[in-house]
Design a protein around this ligand. Structure first.
Ligand code: SF4
Length: 372
């Protein structure tokens, strides 16, 4: 689009479109319903507006038209194990002797009985695996004008070399999840195919931790991969229902922080952790992202997002192992409490630090938007 100055409208018609003059970032304007908003206006040849529509990106890949904001997009359906808090989730698991994954499975089946849930989840896992693989081998520069070089392929080669040559006392294998996550984040930044989990900006963490699990655990089975995704999904729901998974609403704690929490809890579950240990891993992963701002340089999901995904993936794995060393009982901070705190912290955060690219690193490294 930048090169051709053409915009295809649903493949039906092509119009002239210049990014510099037709795509305007109103960084000081905030629309009332959500900070992440986009107004589309169609003009006729005389420059008079024909139609205008506002859309909000509310996180997790959800896009809502202004007229539909706040309305449920689906009819409420009965599910066997309804929960809105971590405490209720864990109580239901205890009461019915279910794992989190089993409970989620039952709920998903009730929502869509005709769906082949196992096949769908394994398909998602394979898309995640493919984007790790692709990102580890795709060289070049990321689009957008920041001239960010893709680093994952060279890092991948470095790690492979060192794996062969290093002694067991000095090795870099702990960096694998970091490189996997960077690979996926680079794919995202390049417009490649990724899984929004929970958001595109934080899409590297779940695939990286899952790839780590598939590669370094001998006994990985399709069922464990399914359990990993269902457990991660349950944790994501808790954040979605009680806080936010949108950087524009609560800063990066709502994206990278949530992904880290999902991954830490899910990995703990598939490594045999108890409910208390799963809660503890998910809680710690958010606790140490509280207050993390969203400040993408030039509005591109590259700096600091790509490295940030890498660091969070490694952190999720460490916290899962840490949680498994303790029984997780009598912890002072519950998962519900940290979610509540994340929401309160995000609400207190200045809008400069919530995806506006006006504060933090985006301000320090301010560059002009690329022209067409
Ligand atoms: S800094 Fe902002 S855009 Fe980048 S990953 Fe975090 S929330 Fe997403």
């Amino acid at each position: 689009m930048i090169d051709t100055q053409q915009l295809s409208l649903a493949g039906q018609k092509t119009i002239h479109f210049c990014v510099a003059t037709d795509l305007l970032f109103q960084q000081k304007e905030e629309l009332p319903l959500h900070p992440n908003a986009m107004r589309f206006t169609a003009f006729n040849h005389q420059g008079s507006p024909l139609q205008s529509e506002v859309y909000y990106s509310i996180g997790g890949g959800f896009i809502v038209r202004e007229a539909d904001f706040g309305r449920s997009s689906t009819q409420e359906k009965a599910i066997p194990y309804a929960f809105t808090s971590a405490q209720t989730l864990f109580e239901l698991c205890r009461q019915y002797q279910l794992s989190i994954a089993e409970l989620m499975w039952a709920n998903e089946q009730a929502l869509m009985p005709s769906r082949d849930l196992a096949a769908d989840l394994l398909k998602i896992a394979n898309i995640m695996k493919d984007c790790v693989e692709k990102g580890c081998h795709a060289e070049g520069e990321l689009p957008g004008g920041l001239h960010v070089r893709r680093r994952a392929p060279a890092l991948y080669q470095q790690l492979k070399k060192r794996e062969v040559s290093e002694s067991s006392t000095l090795n870099h294998s702990f960096l694998w999840p970091t490189v996997y996550a960077m690979a996926v984040s680079e794919e995202n930044a390049a417009g490649g195919r990724i899984v929004t989990a929970p958001t595109n900006g934080a899409a590297g963490i779940i695939p990286a931790v899952l790839t780590y699990f598939r590669r370094f655990h001998q006994d990985t089975t399709p069922q464990l991969i399914i359990d990993f995704l269902l457990t991660a999904g349950a944790i994501a729901l808790l954040y979605k229902m009680n806080a936010s998974i949108s950087g524009a609403e609560v800063g990066c704690q709502g994206e990278v922080g949530v992904a880290c929490s999902m991954a830490a809890g899910a990995l703990t579950a598939v490594m045999g952790g108890s409910l208390e240990q799963i809660e503890n891993a998910a809680e710690m992963a958010m606790e140490h992202h509280l207050g993390m701002t969203c400040d993408p340089v030039a509005g591109l999901v590259q700096i600091p997002c790509i490295e940030r995904n890498g660091v969070a993936a490694e952190k999720a794995i460490k916290l899962a192992y840490l949680a498994l060393l303790e029984d997780g009982k009598n912890k002072r901070v519950s998962l519900d409490k940290v979610i509540e705190t994340m929401w309160a912290t995000g609400s207190d955060m200045m809008s400069l630090y919530k995806e506006t690219s006006l504060g933090g690193l985006a301000k320090s490294l301010a560059v002009n938007s690329p022209a067409c």
